[in-house]
Structures are given as C-alpha cells and as structure tokens.
Design a protein around this ligand. Structure first.
Ligand code: HH2
Length: 277
C-alpha cells in the first residue's frame, strides 16, 4: 500500500524517509540561534537547505530549548511570516513551528503547508486553525513547559505514556476534521525526558508507527547526543546522522535535522540497501 502525507498543495510520498530542514529565526535556539541578521538571510539559508536535499522546511520563531522563555506573538510573527512568504514558492512544503493558534492561521494564509506544534494542538483554537486548512500537522509530545520540563521528568512507562498521549491527540485531531493522511506524530525527544527516556523512545519507535499516522523524529544536535559523545551542540553532526539513521530504521518517516547534506548522504546509502533488501 502506498502512503502519502498531504501538506496543502503538496502530497509527499512516504515510500522513502523525508528530511525536514530546520530554519530557526531566533536569537536563542540551542544550536543555531542568532544565525540570521534578517529575513533575507533566513530565506537564503532555507533555499540552501532545499538544494542540499530538504524535502520540507520547518520555520521557527521561538526557541523551546530547556529553560527558554516564551516569545511574544508579535515578535514570533515578525520573525517567521516574511520567511514563510519568501520560501513557500520554492518547491517544497514549508512548516511553521509554533504553539500559537493566531500565528498558525496567519502562517497558513501566507502559504505554509504544515503546522509543527510541540503542544500537539492543545491550545484553545489550535485544532480549529488547522482543521480549517488543508495543511498537515505534526503533533508532538512534551511533558510540562520548556522553562521547567527537564526538572526531574518521570513516567510509569515512557513509551506507553507518550504513545497514549499521542493516540488521544490523533483522535482529537481526527474528530475536529483533520484526516489521518494530514497527521504526523512525534515523541518529542528531549522535551521533558531524561537520556534513558529518550533512548527508550528511540528503541520503542515502532509502537508509534502503529498509530497509523506518519512518524517524525527530532534528534538533531540534541543534549542526549551531547551526553553520549561529550560534544557541544555545534559538534554533534556525526551523532545526529547516526541518530537519524537509527530513527529511520525504527520506522520514522520524517527526520527533523539541522545538517541536511550529511543526513541526505547517509539516507541515500540506507535507501540503496533497503531497496534491494
Ligand atoms: N525539537 C525542537 C523544536 N521543534 N518539533 C518537533 N516536531 N520535534 C522536535 O524534536 C523538535 C521540534 C528543538 O530543536 P531546535 O528547533 O533546533 O531548537 P530550539 O527549540 O532551541 O529553537
């Protein structure tokens, strides 16, 4: 059976793993904050990621690293909307990484084909904002809020707890009129999880495939890779590529990455082997 993800005017085949390239238009993201002086630089960077092999782009205007403070709506809007407008005619779907329903609506009107919400459309009006469009949505699990989420997170059974949460959010999205072919689920690596929780989720990724939606994994440059390698965020490319390959091997359909070219090459090797397997 051939599977696909519907993202507005695009339909992406899920027959091969897809690469989502990250464009953080923030002063304070954990690995790439403050990269751009303005929208033009961010747009040029997004184009470069497409040239390197990104199948879709994720534009974020609020850092959600552990300990970060929320960005005001006006500021987030000023950061992301010009970049979405500048990239949405570049041939790949553009996603907006936000928790704010107002910005979801504005980004979708500006041409975004996907909403990536670390709050899994839990804010009042968020389900309606996406349901009123034909865009895709990524529902991510987070325990608590970025400011405090890493303060001693605990679960009875992390894979079961996160899976049940995402199953319920998929049901809520479907009940509001969002078809399964528009839904992506993401266990939210690093969002209220210890290293052991993150490793258990990576091992347990096949349990998320069973939910029937596409599965995304965001491991790129994250602190868990720093813990495993002893390296700083900007020096975690090799670990990130390894983590992306593990995720794809466990059933992830989309990997959200900063280092698109390196990930693309690794996936080219993986696909060549799997096609003939
Ligand atoms: N991780 C980050 C942000 N958004 N969205 C999804 N669906 N999955 C993730 O794992 C995920 C995400 C954090 O990474 P980054 O955007 O690089 O950092 P920051 O939040 O500091 O901007």
């Amino acid at each position: 059976m051939s599977r696909a993800l519907r993202c507005g005017k695009f339909t992406l085949s899920l027959e091969r793993p897809l690469i989502m390239g990250v464009v953080n238009v923030t002063p304070d993201s954990f690995s790439d904050g403050g990269m751009f002086a303005g929208s033009a630089e961010a747009i040029a960077y997004g184009r470069r990621l497409i040239d390197e092999g990104a199948d879709l782009l994720d534009i974020g205007g609020e850092s959600t690293r552990p300990g970060s403070a929320p960005a005001p709506l006006d500021e987030e809007r000023r950061r992301v909307l010009p970049v979405i407008r500048g990239l949405c005619a570049c041939g790949v779907p553009v996603s907006v990484d936000t928790r704010k329903p107002e910005l979801m609506r504005e980004a979708l009107a500006a041409g975004a084909g996907m909403v990536n919400d670390i709050g899994a459309l839990g804010a009042a009006g968020a389900l309606e904002a996406v349901a009123a469009s034909d865009a895709a949505v990524c529902l991510m699990h987070m325990r608590g809020e970025p400011r405090t989420m890493q303060a001693d997170p605990s679960y009875a059974d992390v894979v079961r707890d996160v899976r049940e949460y995402l199953r319920d959010r998929v049901a809520a999205a479907r009940a509001s009129g969002i078809a399964l072919e528009r839904i992506v689920v993401d266990p939210g690596f690093g969002f209220g999880k210890t290293l052991e929780h993150n490793l258990a989720l990576l091992r347990g990724l096949p349990a998320f495939v069973e939910l029937g939606a596409a599965v995304m994994a965001g491991l790129s440059r994250k602190a868990m890779l720093g813990r495993l390698t002893g390296r700083e965020a900007g020096d975690r490319v090799h670990a990130s590529v390894a983590a992306a390959l593990v995720a794809v091997g466990k059933g992830a359909n989309i990997v959200r990455v900063h280092d698109v070219a390196a990930t693309r090459d690794a996936l080219a090797v993986w696909q060549a082997v799997m096609r003939n397997g």
